[in-house]
Write a protein that binds this ligand. Structure first.
Ligand code: ATP
Length: 261
């Protein structure tokens, strides 16, 4: 067994979930290494948000288990949550706290000391300096997203979960958030990045996890995906690979079915 310090940032084993009659996830297993960006993609309803919310400890685990930095999110919830941060797809800050107070709140949650200098850097990085005194309820959608990023970046987590982190951002915000994600991984954080923006995934992710109707249909590098799903076209885009993996395009005749390489 690993000690917490050298345990992989994320291990997911046989994760499954149903909502009443809807089967949302089945037998999902994968791991993310320190410093690695894994892109999580799938059609609407494929189970991406369910997977992220389960890993983040927001949805109780029904089947399987999730280890964050070696800590089981069910049995060792606080230690697991200390190791991760997450940016939801539609962040909802507190109406009555200012931007600065949100950062203070986050620092308290993670038991951080000496966080103010980093918070200042993050206000600059996510273009929130002018909004530092604004209340959560006064922020636009894009600003809420930037605040959620600043809060998630503050504790320098070992695992970052990002659910469509760029969806509300303006072009300048997109550019700096992309750079921030890259820099985070270079600093050793494991990143699980869910997005429909395949060009973003293609640019940032080392490996891609494709979900289809709650099941993993591919996990590997883009090159491996090309070799598996369209062996004769080396330059195939992630979009074509994605469409083939999710059944919108048939794999080339004689080619294998999607699976882990
Ligand atoms: P999208 O790309 O549209 O955000 P997703 O891949 O994130 O989709 P999920 O939100 O995880 O997909 O949904 C997976 C399945 O679970 C879908 O069939 C969805 O309708 C169902 N589902 C999700 N949340 C709930 C809920 N709270 N109650 C009932 N069913 C749900």
């Amino acid at each position: 067994m690993y000690s917490a310090a050298d345990a992989p940032p994320l291990v997911v084993e046989d994760l499954g979930r149903s909502y009443d009659q809807t089967r949302a996830l089945t037998g999902l297993s994968f791991a993310v290494r320190a410093g690695e960006i894994v892109g999580l993609v799938g059609l609407n309803g494929a189970g991406k948000t369910t997977a992220l919310r389960s890993i983040a400890g927001i949805l109780p685990i029904q089947e399987g288990r999730v280890l964050v930095c070696g800590h089981d999110v069910t049995r060792d919830e606080v230690a697991a949550k200390r190791g991760l941060a997450w940016v939801p797809d539609d962040p909802q800050p507190f109406d009555s706290l200012t931007v600065e107070e949100h950062l203070e709140f986050t620092a308290a949650l993670y038991g951080m000391r000496d966080w103010r200098a980093r918070a200042e850097e993050l206000l600059v990085r996510f273009e929130l300096v002018e909004k530092r005194k604004a209340l959560g309820g006064e922020l636009s959608r894009g600003m809420r997203q930037k605040l959620a990023c600043a809060q998630a970046w503050l504790p320098s987590p070992r695992l970052m979960l990002l659910d469509e982190p760029l969806s509300g951002l303006d072009p300048r915000g997109i550019r700096s958030a992309r750079e921030a994600i890259r820099t985070l991984a270079e600093g050793g954080t494991a990143v699980l990045l869910s997005s429909h923006q395949l060009e973003l995934i293609e640019a940032l992710a080392e490996r891609i996890l494709i979900l289809d109707r709650g099941k993993r249909v591919f996990l590997g590098t883009l090159d491996e995906a090309r070799a598996t799903l369209s062996p004769s076209s080396a330059g195939t885009s992630l979009e074509q690979v994605f469409l083939a993996a999710t059944g919108a395009l048939e794999p080339e005749a004689g080619g294998p079915r999607p699976s882990e390489p």
